[in-house]
Design a protein around this ligand. Structure first.
Ligand SMILES: *Cc1c(COP(=O)(O)O)cnc(C)c1O
Length: 396
């Protein structure tokens, strides 16, 4: 089958894509328009928590689609209530607002914090965020992000996001003034290259926010829903945040995100927040199916076992090739290269024959691994073999 050049031309060009069209997927595997198979350790950027086309997601979609697709967010629907109950029952939060993307959930978190500041902190509105952080691609979430160049690309920015270096409590404290309302961070910075906030730092932020009467917001769009081996990333540090956002893995591949907050912080008045598709029953039903799979007995234990297996294997490769080791939590991991050939390794891995390997290189000297959370031990071993071959191809 030929590549659809005209079709590709009709799409707005927002990134450089390979001349491949993926036609079907199953679990950790994808198949392109030529019938070539790829082991997928990107999974839509940590989105397909149960792999490609998991049966429980397909079943939830088709069952709910035959019953009720969209009564409008002005009315209750049962799947949204079922999913909200599950999320509040499993976390320290009391209320959930569903959204369609991580950026939209974060916009909601920013609005909620500003509203809370108007009600309780004399209109304080600044939210301290972190260098190299990533919170999404809307204007406000790009302004909250600490990605290089994002301060000018669509200037002027949305005001009120002073930035501190991660894991530097004194620097955060120095940014607090009477206009500060919250601190927002990713428990593990994903796009920045899988950089965990330390437990002491998370606990220090909670103490600092308590002392100054500020909100602590965790952006768990990437770290939430089992990715780090606990259901939520904040649970590793034993703290209780005020607001959490979820996205990516919560929908297992469909557009679902959530803004979770404690009762005292859930201060939107009628009309402050909404959205046409938010919390629609079809997508919420998928969320319920994904949640139940992730919280089934033994599931997170397997995530932790596969995480250790992946870490051990990456460390062996690092030693073999003279690289700088690996880091990460659970099944969000990175291999630290000793050279800036990340993009070349990604290319070589995709081009391997007869089977390709899909990887991501968020920085030139780093490879990121975000497999399905139900990846098998054999698939992890297989990936390590393919990766070794790809490195060999690039470096010999
Ligand atoms: C991906 C991501 C987002 C943005 O989510 P979208 O669904 O792409 O809008 C926000 N925060 C973090 C930490 C992310 O990894």
């Amino acid at each position: 089958m030929g590549f659809d050049e005209a079709g590709a031309k009709a799409l707005m060009e927002i990134t450089s894509r390979p001349d491949l069209v993926f036609m079907r997927g199953e679990g950790s595997w994808l198949e392109d328009h030529n019938g070539k198979r790829y082991l997928d350790f990107v999974q839509g950027w940590a989105v397909n928590s149960l792999g490609h086309c998991p049966p429980e997601v397909v079943r939830a979609l088709t069952d709910q689609a035959q019953r009720l697709i969209n009564p409008s967010p002005a009315f209750y629907n049962q799947p949204a209530m079922d999913l909200a109950r599950r999320l509040t029952g499993a976390s320290c939060f009391d209320r959930v607002f569903f959204a369609n993307s991580g950026a939209e959930a974060n916009e909601g978190a920013i609005k909620l914090a500003r509203k809370w500041g108007q009600l309780h902190r004399n209109g304080a509105y600044k939210i301290i965020t972190f260098q190299h952080s990533f919170h999404g691609r809307t204007l406000a979430t790009m302004s909250a992000s600490g990605k290089a160049g994002w301060d000018t690309i669509f200037a002027p920015q949305v005001d009120g996001f002073p930035k501190a270096p991660l894991n530097d409590l004194d620097a955060v404290a120095a940014l607090i003034d009477d206009q500060t309302v919250a601190i927002m961070l990713e428990p593990v910075q994903g796009e920045a290259g899988v950089i965990p906030a330390s437990t002491e730092f998370m606990q220090g932020l909670r103490e600092l926010t308590d002392k100054h009467g500020l909100l602590l917001i965790v952006d768990e769009v990437q770290t939430g829903m089992g990715r780090t081996g606990t259901l939520f990333g904040y649970q590793h540090s034993g703290i209780t945040p005020d607001i959490m956002t979820l996205g990516k893995g919560i929908g297992g591949g469909v557009p679902l995100a959530a803004l979770c907050a404690r009762e005292e912080v859930s201060c939107f008045a009628h009309g402050d927040q909404g959205g046409t598709y938010n919390g629609n029953p079809v997508i919420s039903a998928v969320g319920v199916a994904v949640f139940d799979a992730l919280t089934a007995p033994g599931f997170l234990d397997a995530v932790n076992s596969r995480g250790r297996q992946l870490a051990d294997g990456l460390n062996r490769l690092s030693e073999k090739w003279g690289m700088n080791g690996e880091r990460g939590v659970g099944l969000l991991r990175a291999l630290k290269l000793d050279q800036t050939d990340g993009a070349a390794i990604v290319q070589a891995a995709m081009a391997l024959q007869p089977e390709g390997l899909l990887l991501n290189s968020p920085r030139p000297d780093l490879l990121r691994f975000m497999p399905a959370l139900n990846v098998t031990a054999a698939e992890v071993d297989h990936m390590l073999l393919l990766l070794d071959t790809a490195i060999q191809t690039v470096r010999s």
